[in-house]
Design a protein around this ligand. Structure first.
Ligand code: SF4
Ligand code: SF4
Length: 258
């Protein structure tokens, strides 16, 4: 018997977020019942989840935003006019910003102009987790760095600690700026931090991350690093991949095939 504390918090966090979403929204919006967010029998289980981004494919689809659009839609991510208010879970950056210390000669030919798809790296050694005074963010056993919006007190230590800019703070009430609310996922409030969660709620339902599913070119590949037969392991075995700011010791688990 026994569910460890982290597993409990994962479930409790998702549930609490759902409850908060309902409370704050009042009767005007019905949020899906908690049962939709709880792990199910067919859930996807990994020992160390990781994402591989094949930049060669992204390069061919230069202006593609399908992964971003899918994540925004599924997670009720607001679209603000003012970039200062921006909330982003997955977005594109210039190569030089994404890989500031990367050798650019020869191996990266033609990639410098390619917009790089970036998200939370679900670092193995996440500084954001270390600085959180309320344990609103934590690393699960399967490596996913989670956020419990209910526990977040808005101190933004984690925002400052993340060297990748992967965390967003809700400076304004995000709800009026959500294009179309997905009732299967809770909305958030002003004053909390949020970020990519590797689609933990979808894995719990046996689904792949929304960005991966949306990418018809299969430039995004998600899987278990500890499974030698997984697609991510095969890709990393057969291709040259880089990670963002590896010198910082955060050990990112998003890999970029170049
Ligand atoms: S990328 Fe940033 S937010 Fe994500 S785990 Fe690493 S330090 Fe934390
Ligand atoms: S893994 Fe899920 S939460 Fe993370 S960027 Fe992709 S769609 Fe968004």
């Amino acid at each position: 018997m026994g569910i460890d504390r982290r597993k409990f918090l994962t479930i409790a966090g998702l549930t609490a977020a759902s409850v908060i979403g309902r409370k704050a929204l009042g009767d005007s919006l019905s949020v899906a019942p908690e049962s939709n967010l709880l792990p199910e029998e067919n859930r996807l289980i990994g020992h160390r989840w990781a994402m591989v981004v094949d930049l060669r494919k992204c390069k061919e689809q230069h202006n593609c935003t399908k992964c971003i659009d899918a994540c925004n839609a599924v997670h009720n991510i607001p679209q603000f006019d003012n970039p200062k208010d921006e909330v982003k879970w997955i977005w594109k950056e210039h190569f030089k910003e994404a890989f500031p210390n990367q050798e650019k000669e020869y191996i990266l030919e033609g990639l410098l102009e390619t917009p790089i798809t970036v998200m939370c790296n679900h670092c193995d050694n996440p500084p954001c987790v270390r600085v959180c005074p309320t344990q609103a963010t934590w690393k699960r056993e399967d490596g996913i760095v989670m956020m419990d919006m209910h526990r977040c007190i808005g101190c933004r230590y984690c925002v400052a600690a993340c060297p990748y800019g992967s965390r967003s703070f809700n400076w304004r009430d995000p709800r009026p700026f959500i294009k179309e609310i997905n009732k299967d996922y809770p909305t958030r409030t002003r004053g909390v931090v949020e970020k990519c969660n590797f689609c933990a709620e979808r894995l719990a339902r046996g689904q792949m991350p929304a960005c991966v599913e949306a990418c018809e070119e299969k430039a995004l590949i998600f899987g278990d690093l500890e499974d030698p037969d997984s697609e991510v392991r095969a890709l990393l075995r057969e291709n040259f991949a880089i990670r963002r700011k590896p010198n910082l010791g955060t050990n990112p688990e998003v890999y970029y095939i170049v």
